[in-house]
Design a protein around this ligand. Structure first.
Ligand code: SF4
Length: 272
C-alpha cells in the first residue's frame, strides 16, 4: 500500500513526492504547539466515526489517484514561510494514513530535521494499520525520524476493533511494541463513542495495553462528535453512526481515569 517515491528522489530527497489531501498551516490539536499538518491521501481503514472520509481513496477511476502530488520541498517551503509561528511546534503527518506513504513521510521528516534554518520537530499521527512486523524494515527510516507518535488504539477488544474499523488490531499493537522497543515517545489516542467504545472494561483494556509500553507519555480519550456527518452527505456515503449522539466530555474524563488506573495495575504486575 506504500506509494513509491519518484525516481529523481534518489538523488534529491527534497524532490520526493507524496499524495497529499491538504495542508493545515496552523494546526493546534495534532502534536505540541502550533504545527503545519500534512493530511496524506489514502487510508485502508473505514472507522465508523471517521470525520475525514474524503482522505480514504488511494486511487481514482483513472488510476492517478485523488489528492495532489506534493514534494517535500514544497511542504518545507510552506513551513519556512511561517516559521516564526511554529516556534514551539513543528510538522505533523496525518491522514488518511501517513504510513501508507512511508518513504515520502520519512523523506519529509528527515528533511525537517536537517532544515538549514533549524531542526523541525516531527510528529506522526497514525493508526498503524499498514505496519507489518513481516516487513518492518520498510518503516525503519520513517520511525528513525519521528520525534513523537500519536498512535490510535481504536478498541482494546479485538472483535470490537474489527467491527469499528474493518481491520484487526494486530498492526497497531505491533507498531506500539516496536515504538516501545525503540523508546520513541508516544501519545495514545482512543475515540470514545457512546454505545461502542465507552464501556469501562473497554477503556480499561486500553489502559492495560499502554501499561506494557514504557514510552507512552500521554493518553487522550477523545469524545466522539458528529461534525464529520456533513462530509458523508456531500460524498453521498451513508453515515455509519446515524443516530449516535456526541460523547459527553465529562464522562470521557472519568473513563480516562479508569484507563489510567488499569495502566497502573498493569505496570505493577510488570514490576514497574
Ligand atoms: S484511520 Fe483515520 S482516516 Fe482512516 S478511516 Fe480511521 S479515522 Fe478515518
Amino acid at each position: 500500500m506504500s506509494v513509491a517515491p519518484h525516481a529523481d528522489a534518489t538523488t534529491d530527497p527534497l524532490a520526493v513526492r507524496g499524495r497529499v489531501h491538504s495542508l493545515e498551516t496552523f494546526g493546534t490539536v495534532d502534536g505540541p504547539g502550533t504545527r503545519l499538518v500534512v493530511f496524506c491521501q489514502g487510508c485502508p481503514l473505514r472507522c465508523a466515526y471517521c470525520h475525514n472520509p474524503d482522505t480514504w481513496a488511494f486511487a481514482g477511476p483513472d488510476g492517478a489517484g485523488p489528492g495532489d502530488e506534493t514534494s517535500v520541498r514544497e511542504i518545507l517551503g510552506v513551513f519556512e514561510r511561517n516559521r516564526p509561528f511554529y516556534r514551539r511546534g513543528g510538522i505533523t503527518a496525518t491522514g488518511g494514513e501517513p504510513m501508507a506513504q512511508a518513504d515520502f513521510v520519512a523523506a519529509l521528516f528527515a528533511a525537517a530535521h536537517a532544515a538549514p534554518a533549524g531542526r523541525i520537530h516531527t510528529c506522526l499521527d497514525t493508526s498503524g494499520a499498514t505496519y507489518e512486523t513481516a516487513g518492518a524494515e520498510r518503516f525503519s527510516a520513517l520511525l528513525d525520524e519521528c520525534d513523537l507518535v500519536l498512535l490510535d488504539i481504536k478498541a482494546s477488544d479485538p472483535a470490537l476493533h474489527r467491527r469499528l474499523c474493518g481491520l484487526s488490531a494486530t498492526h497497531a499493537l505491533a507498531l506500539g511494541d516496536e515504538l516501545a522497543r525503540r523508546g520513541v515517545p508516544v501519545v495514545v489516542r482512543h475515540v470514545v463513542v457512546p454505545g461502542l467504545t465507552d464501556g469501562e472494561e473497554e477503556v480499561a483494556g486500553v489502559g492495560r495495553i499502554i501499561g506494557d509500553w514504557d514510552n507512552v507519555i500521554g493518553l487522550d480519550l477523545l469524545p466522539y462528535h458528529t461534525m464529520g456527518r456533513v462530509k458523508y452527505e456531500r460524498l453521498g456515503i451513508a453515515y455509519p453512526l446515524e443516530g449516535v449522539p456526541a460523547m459527553d466530555a465529562a464522562r470521557c474524563r472519568e473513563l480516562r481515569r479508569v484507563a489510567l488506573r488499569a495502566r497502573v495495575e498493569r505496570r505493577r504486575e510488570r514490576g514497574r
